[in-house]
Design a protein around this ligand. Structure first.
Ligand SMILES: *[C@@H]1O[C@H](CO)[C@@H](O)[C@H](O)[C@H]1NC(C)=O
Ligand SMILES: *[C@@H]1O[C@H](CO)[C@@H](O)[C@H](O)[C@H]1NC(C)=O
Length: 464
């Protein structure tokens, strides 16, 4: 990145640092491009800003980087939806006044924003898998509905789409000029924010967004486990993980005091306030530079925010150490990774279908995939996070296929458990497809340590 774009990046991030909420200039100075592959630091403001992922001028990206004798075969994209309105309200406070209409004179803005709105409003007859066809195609409420995608969220994904288009379509010619529905595999959960995020990304990505060629499938489960969702051991791991979370929270006296103080301010029992998950609403206010709520008893403030956010970071760090989440993640991510492997193998065999796959999903989709892949240092998925698998063919050895894995534009291929340090032994800067296949078909289960070698067995083992 050059100095100018680094500077623009800084300048652009500073105003976002929630001036109203009293962020000090000391904190502002520390904003740097995000080290996705480095573990989170104990600075709650810094982490929260990365999480907001406010669109900036310069986006660093390593997608599509390969030696010239490699040909791009297929691309598999998993996204988290963009910035959204909270899912919960802080009890007894006014709902944050955030506008979810899409307008040109509000920041952040993308040059394709108006065209996106106009194109989406013509798509009312779009045919999607039920029940997706009943969802609105773009956000439009003057006072956002709960969980609604915001303009920031739309812009984040228009930007993702444009970036991927420049790399995959313009540079690597992933799709033939006469591409059809068959070349795309599109799926989303049944929330308007995921469908709309997927549409915004595609609108930025496709050279001609033809409604007749865009078909979204519906995934009822956030794990995208269609047909293979029943897995009792996965649920056991999840219960143990939730127990761990609960015990860690009990140990944190400062957190408890903070909840008590906030509960007093909003005049609600502490338990009820905690159950309302106030950090979700506070993060939204923080990302949108809106002040935290006040009542006649006082104001919720930045110190409260920092304590809860710091606890979140601690929780994630303990989660990594305790490995209960890893057990959940390996079983939870298997079906979706297995599907991806299936698509990659078919593409490697020369089939010209599903060259571009897009799964529009949630943090609870991406987080287990990241863990399962062994990306222990990866940050929790921010708004509009993207995780991409690229399949490449070596033109000099057409029988050999390789994968690259990118998280928010950073090449994490050699941080995965199945390709760690591979580049130090091989002259090729990529991971052999076989490594990934072996991992998904077998080694994922070996990593569970239960002696199982397939998904069904691993899911039905007695306790562990
Ligand atoms: C954030 O809010 C403060 C106080 O209202 C305002 O001065 C500042 O310009 C706002 N920043 C942005 C980026 O909107
Ligand atoms: C994995 O994918 C194969 C096809 O590629 C399929 O037959 C099998 O049922 C899938 N298994 C699971 C557990 O998803």
């Amino acid at each position: 990145m050059n100095v100018l774009s680094a500077l623009l990046l800084l300048v652009h991030l500073i105003p976002v640092s929630a001036a109203r909420n009293g962020v000090t200039s000391k904190n502002r100075k520390r904003i740097m491009p995000d080290p996705v592959t480095e573990p989170p630091v104990m600075d709650p403001i810094y982490e929260a800003l990365l999480y907001c992922n406010i669109p900036r001028v310069a986006e660093r990206s390593m997608e599509g980087h390969a030696p010239h004798h490699f040909k791009l075969v297929s691309v598999h994209v998993f996204i988290r939806h963009g910035d959204r309105y909270p899912l919960y309200v802080i009890p007894k406070t006014k709902r944050p006044e955030i506008d979810c209409t899409l307008v040109a004179n509000r920041k952040p803005y993308h040059p394709k924003l108006e065209a996106f709105v106009s194109h989406m409003s013509k798509g009312s007859g779009a045919s999607f898998e039920s029940p997706l066809h009943s969802l609105p195609l773009y956000p439009s409420h003057q006072l956002c509905e709960m969980g609604e995608l915001t303009q920031t969220g739309v812009v984040q994904h228009l930007q993702n789409g444009q970036l991927l288009r420049d790399i995959y379509l313009k540079k690597h010619k992933l799709l033939p000029s006469d591409w059809s529905t068959k070349q795309l595999h599109l799926e989303t959960t049944g929330k308007s924010r995921t469908l709309q995020s997927g549409l915004a990304l595609l609108y930025g990505f496709l050279p001609d967004f033809d409604w007749k060629k865009v078909y979204f499938r519906h995934q009822p489960s956030a794990l995208f486990c269609s047909g293979n969702c029943y897995c009792p051991l996965r649920n056991q791991y999840l219960e143990k993980e939730q127990r761990r979370q609960y015990l860690l929270r009990l140990k944190n006296r400062q957190l408890e005091r903070t909840y008590e103080e906030m509960a007093r301010i909003v005049d609600t029992p502490t338990k009820q306030l905690r159950a309302a998950n106030p950090i979700d609403a506070m993060l939204c206010l923080f990302c949108h530079n809106v002040s935290f709520p006040c009542t006649r008893n006082g104001c919720v403030n930045m110190e409260h925010f920092k304590v809860i956010k710091r606890h979140q970071i601690e929780d994630e760090s303990e989660r990594r150490e305790k490995k209960l989440y890893l057990g959940y993640a390996l079983l939870g991510a298997h079906p979706i990774l297995n599907q991806t492997v299936g698509r990659m193998r078919r593409a490697a065999e020369g089939r010209k279908e599903e060259l571009f796959a897009l799964s529009s999903a949630h943090d609870v989709t991406l987080a287990p995939i990241l863990s399962a892949l062994g990306l222990t240092e990866a940050r929790f998925p921010r708004f509009a996070a993207r995780l991409i698998f690229e399949l490449w063919q070596d033109r000099e050895k057409p029988g050999e296929h390789s994968v690259r894995i990118l998280y928010d534009g950073v090449d994490v291929t050699f941080h995965t458990s199945f390709c760690q340090d591979h580049h130090k032994r091989s002259p090729k800067p990529m991971c052999p497809l076989e490594n990934f296949v072996r991992f998904v078909k077998r080694d994922m289960f070996v990593a569970l340590g239960s002696g199982s070698t397939n998904y069904y067995d691993a899911c039905h083992r007695e306790g562990s």
